[in-house]
Design a protein around this ligand. Structure first.
Ligand code: DUT
Ligand code: MG
Length: 150
């Protein structure tokens, strides 16, 4: 298991640090560090603090913030940026952009689990500029549905 430095920015979060819910969980739920409930109207997006900061430190890792499937599917609560990317050198508060893409208002309660954080491996590339690619691939320049639908 990898160790990541975590700062508790709001003392209330110390009791509810992110933890894997089951041994096989990929995601750690992030909670809304709010003083009072907020109502997210249909179509509205708001940035919600988590009360936590992490410093991943290793450029070979990053974290992504993803919606929780239950909130997204049943209530239309997803992310305003669709996916959040946490750089390995980011040391600020983890923020969750919550978007109500549904038709009804949704109330976010303080400390409610609103999204999930997944640590992922990253490969940083250096680019070598070439005039032509040396090996012609089977696909070539074809894309955007070129292999058909069914
Ligand atoms: O959902 C998110 C997405 C990003 N971040 C933080 C961590 C990330 O490392 C930083 C920058 O994110 P990103 O690179 O996606 O945003 P940007 O608009 O390109 O900002 P910047 O110019 O600061 O890189 O913001 C969050 O807290 N939550
Ligand atoms: Mg950026």
């Amino acid at each position: 298991m990898t160790t990541v430095d975590l700062k508790v920015l709001d003392t209330r979060m110390a009791e509810q640090l992110p933890a894997y819910a089951t041994p096989g969980s990929a995601g750690l739920d992030l909670r809304a560090c709010l003083d009072a409930a907020i109502t997210l109207e249909p179509g509205q997006t708001t940035l919600i603090p988590t009360g936590l900061a992490i410093h991943i430190g290793d450029p070979g890792l990053a974290a992504i913030i993803l919606p929780r499937s239950g909130l997204g599917h049943k209530h239309g609560i997803v992310l305003g940026n669709l996916v959040g990317l946490i750089d390995s050198d980011y040391q600020g508060q983890l923020m969750v952009s919550c978007w109500n893409r549904g038709q009804t208002a949704f109330v976010i309660e303080p400390m409610e689990r609103i999204a999930q954080l997944v640590l992922v491996p990253v490969v940083q590339a250096a680019f070598r500029v070439v005039d032509d690619f040396s090996d012609a691939s089977q696909r070539g320049e074809a894309g955007f549905g070129s292999t058909g639908k069914a």
